[in-house]
Design a protein around this ligand. Structure first.
Ligand SMILES: CC(C)(COP(=O)(O)OP(=O)(O)OC[C@H]1O[C@@H](n2cnc3c(N)ncnc32)[C@H](O)[C@@H]1OP(=O)(O)O)[C@@H](O)C(=O)NCCC(=O)NCCS
Length: 331
């Protein structure tokens, strides 16, 4: 079966920069607290009217341009988001429509911060079986409209942000470049440690004024528990995916991890014994954009030359679910 390979990458973020100082005027927090605990210096939030699909489309156009493909040459769309523009249908169909292309399949994946890695694994499997040739994988989120922007929500509101990244996958050639292996996990016992309770179809009705008054529509997080699990699960998964791919940690050129929190990345780097030049971080400028952090970081690495042909790199993610996983890739 043919491997799949990344043919192009792209990302898009809103032009509205939200600084820590700006947040400090809206809630009881400070630039010093946010930088020290999370590493974040600023993030991007959408203006009213700008949607997740707008960002997903802009990221897609850049990825297609790098891949030297036209939208009509795509065979399938996989769209990872935990914050779709609507409860149903998912964002994938809107993206298909906005591109004005044929009636290709469009699958939304809800795996939150791990969404991009999960989506990539499905795209890779579709290509390996020969079912589809060119598959678009998008990770895009609008978190800012679901945050409690007040002192009550400050432990979450200062972290999350908006953005989109995309990659185009196609069959690999014979030079060894491509996706080598995946390692994916979930542990639902921790589902409510990072979640959005409502609206939910288990409630009658699924959305009510009482829920809203109680603030159950906001993203809620037990930060300490998320931290505790993330710093164990991501390194574990990095080692597992390298073993599956038959590669050694010593051969790793770059680790592109989900940008949850700079402190989590630093602890992971330390526990894996990696050098500063082996780990890429950009949370300082974008915050945590959930399913979009990895494709945004990947595009920056590709365009800045941090990744060169033949380099071995690993993508790793951890988040709500809990769900986590990694991909080992040769560029
Ligand atoms: C969120 C996080 C930064 C909080 O740091 P922490 O050291 O665990 O802080 P705590 O939640 O224990 O809170 C410490 C104090 O800071 C306060 N605090 C919380 N958010 C604050 C903010 N934005 N500004 C100022 N103070 C804040 C708390 O109210 C608490 O005050 P108290 O001691 O008077 O009760 C940290 O838990 C974390 O990074 N967790 C992982 C989050 C993450 O990565 N999520 C995404 C995963 S995909």
């Amino acid at each position: 079966m043919p491997h799949s390979r990344i043919l192009g990458t792209g990302f898009a973020v809103p032009d509205r920069v939200v600084t820590n100082e700006e947040l400090s005027a809206l809630m009881d927090t400070s630039d010093e607290w946010i930088r020290t605990r999370t590493g974040i210096q600023e993030r991007r939030w959408v203006r009213e009217g700008e949607t997740g699909v707008d960002l997903g489309l802009a990221a897609t156009e850049r990825a297609l341009e790098m891949a030297e493909l036209k939208p009509g040459q795509l065979d399938a769309i996989i769209y990872a988001t935990s914050s779709p523009d609507h409860f149903a249908p998912g964002n994938g169909v809107y993206l298909q429509h906005r591109m004005g292309i044929d009636t290709i399949p469009a699958l939304d994946i809800r795996a939150q911060c791990s969404g991009f890695v999960y989506a990539l694994s499905v795209a890779d499997a579709w290509i390996r079986t020969g079912e589809y040739r060119h598959v678009l994988v998008v990770g895009s989120e609008i978190q800012s409209t679901g945050l409690e922007i007040s002192s009550a929500g400050r432990h979450v509101a200062v972290i999350f942000a908006d953005g989109a990244g995309a990659v185009v996958l196609g069959p690999a050639g014979s030079n060894g470049a491509g996706i080598l292996a995946f390692d994916l996990h979930s542990e639902g016992a921790h589902a409510e440690k990072l979640w959005v309770d409502a609206p939910g179809s288990m409630y009658h009705p699924r959305v009510s004024a009482a829920q809203m008054e109680a603030g159950r529509q906001y993203l809620e997080m037990d930060g300490r528990e998320v931290f505790r699990h993330a710093v164990v699960r991501m390194p574990e998964s990095v080692l597992a995916v390298l073993a599956k791919a038959g590669q050694k940690l010593g051969d790793l050129k770059l680790l592109v991890a989900h940008q949850a929190n700079l402190r989590i990345s630093e602890m992971m780097q330390k526990s894996l014994g990696l050098g500063d030049d082996q780990v890429y971080n950009n949370i300082m400028w974008y915050g945590n954009t959930t399913a979009a952090t990895i494709p945004i970081a990947l595009d920056e690495c590709v365009r800045s030359g941090r990744l060169q042909r033949g380099d071995l790199f690993v993508l790793t993610a951890f988040g709500s679910g809990f769900m986590w996983g990694s991909a080992a890739v040769r560029w």
